[in-house]
Design a protein around this ligand. Structure first.
Ligand code: ANZ
Length: 939
């Protein structure tokens, strides 16, 4: 063996850890606990990507070090296994998605084990396990059973919802419908992104530029009956509870922006027949602002009620329910065409700032309640149906979108706010800041904030307005028309004709899980209706107490399973409860959660929301699940070097190449034809931060790395890296590339570099010349001398500190220095080698275990005490420095090696040999070089 051979060592130690259940975590913490969580992967057919081991190695290092520091570590892994790719595979091959999912899980598990991560595999879960999604369904029913009490700001059981007497009087079904309208899980007609090609409704984030993210098919917006989760009820708490979390500020900001809380007012504008205007205002004055707008009014949400005098037109969203009511006959065709075209645009397309505004006049007018003037009502897609009330009062002088729209369609622009400070040119056209009211009647001269208050109060007394807050956050569209997802544990009651009557019944808890039906055929049928409608009648229909029900055939979105997996790891085999309360109390919250920044918003928002419902309903005991969060940076493909080449093969810098209209390139001075070529690294020299051709330094080489992708062919496969260099080298390299949170390019040369380091470490301890694995002859059984001790303790201090602060790259650099130091020594004390191996073990556990064994320890090092840092060992030694007078050596003194100039001077002045020589003289100059010498110039 003697040469370092990871292919032999690594599988051996992986088997050892498996056989000995080395990383099995006890049910309850013994002493201090540490719960370290990785974002679990979707087990795709492509297998692990090198991006996965980045975060996974980081957490593994933390866990391995923490075990050695005596903590009880919970470090689990599992799979987020429902999802579109498995379903598409099933459609293509007509095999059940469970088959491919299980095969992929097996492959992922093999790969993760191959990398030596110290997971407690006995806790492995997949969201597709029946024993797992039973509890996902259970949580759904809990959410369904909950309403949000806005006064108490918490979710409560639905049977605690106060029922108004008039509802009570209408009987049991009316009460059920009333309750249904308050549940956190409810059904609503919602505008959805319908993709007929995929045969499913997609979430907004699955739609990119009006096309499906998967497959790039056209997406149309249509109304459909959907399950919604009332996450908006929790908006305030989701915002307020962010603050104390130890999360990157960027992520907190993203969540705040996503929730997007704004405060303003709702205002009703009269839009009925003018003959009824007077009666309407009188009625409003006495009755006040109604909960729902009446048939003669159009309700808007505004953050600037102070600009009401400048509202010169109104806009409703193309999907607004009053579109047909407000459309005049002569405008009907134009409106129909406009509404149809808007249905193909995503919200993003509609609201992006630089798009040209579009719209159509309805032919109707509303009355501005303060100016009493009629103003036209338009339809435009820059107003979104799902925000506020889906209608606005447009104030073109003070809102940029309204301004662009008014300019385009020649609508009046009336300035009502004058800035109090100097403004720039664009603001002169449309000033959206605060200032002083003008052209606003009795409010003229008042400050914006005062006008806001005053107009809002007037509208309130007139029964025309009320304060309102809004969030950008929408309720969560929670159903999918797919088959590879969790079925909803809900039964829809059927009437005598076999049609759903709108009443529902949760599946009894004892009946969970509701398993997916066996399907003969997985092809979508291209209708919004879910594929589970194709299931056998045995599955589809249920009879209870003489009533017939049809099972809910929608399935949950992939987000569902990942909303709570961190809880199940704590008690994965509990068949009675989602989690035992004492275990939840002992292990939660997650102390460190590491994963990609792409989950900054949705996954983290959704899981925080579920956690809060579980908290309100007493299932968990803390309001937030993830105490500390870190996002690993993206790993890009290898740097690609490019330049241009002319027809004779001469290289030319990119700056010389001019792109032609047809996409080809020509030389900027001689007009010769150029083509972009990649340049081999061996032909390049680095000059400062730039790269040039070694043979011609005038030719600059572009160096760029790109996101790994199949189409670019720059994907690095972890299997191949492990085969060639070993898992320890891969782990070490990924941590050595740079700070965990940085984006960084892959480099095989870099992998080779760390592999060389591991070779050196091996040779430091093992005698390579021998046949059997024996220790190097320079390993000696003596205590470390002061030098060796200083090097070792410097390493202990640095590595311990760096692991705690997740600065893995600098820890590795320190370990490399330590190895270099001992390589140069003729003797290597066994104790120093042992410490070195222990310090390295979290990073490169296989080689560390092997060396630990060779150093004479039969047991795993996984629970060896972490080396203890001794500050005395690195305390600087004393050194001898000369004291000169006028350049002549007069004395020597022993001094602390780190002493500064002042300390050196003061010690020198106390030396009797010097004080004698100074009698009667004056010092004209002191030359003091710390650590080197003192020279006094005297007269
Ligand atoms: C009049 C006005 C005057 C407005 C003014 C702004 C400036 P935030 O802060 O994002 O909540 N708005 C309301 N509902 C809308 C919808 N469904 N689609 C598009 N825009 C909508 O923005 C609230 C402001 O956005 C509201 O205040 C409204 O325009 C517009 F000088 O009302 B404002």
């Amino acid at each position: 063996m003697p040469r370092y051979n990871p292919a032999e060592i690594e599988p051996k130690w992986q088997a050892y850890w498996d056989d000995h259940a080395t990383f099995r975590c006890p049910e309850m913490p013994e002493g201090e606990k540490l719960y370290v969580l990785d974002m679990f992967p979707y087990p795709s057919g492509a297998g692990l990507h090198v991006g996965h081991p980045e975060g996974y190695t980081a957490t593994d290092i933390v866990c391995r070090a923490a075990r050695m520091q005596g903590k009880t570590v919970l470090h689990p892994m599992g799979y987020d296994a429902f999802g579109l790719p498995a379903e598409e595979h099933a459609i293509r091959t007509n095999t059940p998605p469970r088959q491919s999912t299980e095969a992929n899980i097996e492959n992922f598990t093999r790969q993760l084990k191959m990398l030596g991560f110290s997971y407690d595999w006995s806790r492995m879960i997949a969201t597709t396990d029946r024993e797992y999604f039973k509890w996902t369904q259970w949580i759904f029913l809990l959410i369904y059973d909950t309403w949000f009490d806005t006064d108490q700001q918490r979710g409560r059981a639905i049977d605690e919802l106060p029922i108004p007497t008039e509802i009570e009087a209408q009987g049991a079904d009316a009460v059920r419908r009333y309750q249904d309208s308050f549940r956190l899980a409810y059904q609503a007609d919602s505008l959805v992104n319908w993709c007929s090609k995929l045969g499913t409704v997609l979430a907004n984030e699955e739609v990119i530029d009006g096309r499906s993210e998967v497959g790039g098919h056209p997406v149309q917006r249509i109304p459909l009956r959907q399950w919604m989760l009332r996450i908006t009820a929790y908006a305030d708490r989701l915002l307020d509870d962010l603050e104390p979390l130890d999360w990157p500020v960027g992520i907190k900001k993203l969540q705040q922006d996503w929730i997007g809380r704004s405060r303003g007012a709702e205002v009703d504008f009269f839009c009925g027949p003018s003959a009824q205007y007077a009666a309407w205002t009188t009625q409003r004055k006495s009755a006040g602002f109604p909960r729902e707008q009446d048939e003669h009014s159009l309700r808007v949400y505004t953050t600037r009620p102070d600009t009401l005098f400048g509202a010169t037109y109104m806009v409703i969203a193309p999907e607004h329910r009053m579109v047909s009511q407000l459309t005049a006959l002569e405008q009907a065709d134009a409106v129909k065409r406009y509404v149809e075209s808007a249905s193909f645009k995503s919200d993003r397309d509609r609201t992006e700032g630089n798009r040209k505004k579009t719209g159509v006049f309805t032919g109707s007018f509303a009355i501005n309640p303060v100016t009493q003037k009629p103003i036209p009502i338009w339809i435009a897609d820059y107003v979104l149906a799902g925000y506020g009330t889906g209608a606005i009062m447009a104030v073109p002088a003070h809102d940029q979108r309204d301004f662009e729209f008014a300019e385009l369609f020649g609508l009046p622009i009336v300035e009502v706010v004058r800035p109090t400070e100097v403004i720039n040119e664009t603001e002169k056209k449309c000033f959206s800041g605060e200032g002083v009211a003008i052209a606003s009647g009795r409010f003229d001269g008042m400050k914006t904030s005062e006008v806001k208050q005053a107009i809002a109060a007037e509208l309130h007394t007139a029964g025309l307005g009320k304060p309102a807050t809004n969030t950008k956050l929408r309720d969560w569209l929670f159903s999918r028309q797919r088959f590879w997802g969790e079925p909803f544990p809900i039964l829809n009651e059927l009437d005598d004709e076999g049609q759903p009557n709108g009443l529902r019944r949760p599946v009894d808890l004892a009946e969970l899980p509701v398993d997916l039906p066996e399907l003969e055929d997985f092809k979508p049928h291209g209708r919004p209706e879910p594929p589970l409608m194709k299931a056998d009648d045995d599955w589809l229909y249920v009879q209870i107490d003489g009533k017939r029900y049809q099972r809910e055939t929608n399935t949950m979105p992939q987000w569902a399973g990942s909303c709570w997996y961190y809880l199940r790891y704590i008690d994965p085999h509990n068949s009675e409860q989602l989690i035992a309360p004492e275990k939840e109390a002992a292990w939660m919250p997650v102390d460190l959660y590491v994963g990609g920044a792409e989950h900054a918003v949705l996954h983290l928002m959704y899981s925080r929301f579920w956690h809060k419902v579980l908290f309100d309903r007493g299932v968990v005991q803390q309001a937030e699940p993830f105490r500390k969060l870190i996002n690993q940076g993206m790993i890009l493909g290898e740097v690609e070097y490019t330049a241009f080449q002319n027809l004779t093969g001469t290289f030319v810098s990119t700056a010389e190449a001019i792109k032609q209209e047809d996409g080809t390139y020509k030389h900027k001075s001689d007009n010769s034809e150029l083509t972009q070529v990649s340049v081999d690294e061996s032909l390049i020299t680095k000059q400062g931060d730039a790269f040039v051709l070694t043979s011609d330094a005038n030719v600059k080489i572009d160096a760029r790395s790109f996101k790994m992708s199949k189409s670019r062919g720059n994907v690095v496969n972890p299997d191949e890296v492990v085969q060639q260099y070993g898992a320890d080298a891969l782990r070490l390299y990924e941590m050595f590339m740079g700070p965990l949170e940085a984006t960084k390019p892959w480099s095989m040369t870099g992998v080779n570099g760390v592999k060389n380091f591991l070779d050196r470490l091996w040779r430091l301890i093992v005698d390579e010349r021998s046949e059997a694995s024996i220790l190097h002859e320079q390993i000696v059984d003596r205590a470390c001398n002061a030098d060796e001790n200083r090097v070792i303790h410097t390493a202990i201090q640095a590595v311990s500190h760096d692991i705690a602060s997740l600065g893995f790259n600098t820890a590795i650099a320190r370990l490399m220095e330590t190895v270099n130091f001992f390589t140069k020594q003729t003797e290597r004390p066994r104790s120093a080698m042992e410490t070195l191996v222990l310090l390295l073990s979290p990073f490169a556990p296989h080689i560390a275990e092997e060396l630990w064994r060779l150093l004479g320890h039969p047991e795993t090092l996984a629970y060896e005490p972490w080396p203890v840092f001794d500050p005395d060992a690195i305390r600087a030694d004393t050194i001898e420095v000369p004291i000169q007078i006028n350049g002549k050596l007069r004395a020597k003194m022993m001094i602390d090696a780190n002493a500064n100039a002042a300390a050196m001077e003061s010690q020198a002045m106390q030396d009797v040999r010097i004080t004698e020589l100074l009698v009667g003289k004056t010092i004209v100059k002191k030359i003091i070089v710390p650590g080197r010498m003192v020279n006094l110039v005297i007269k």
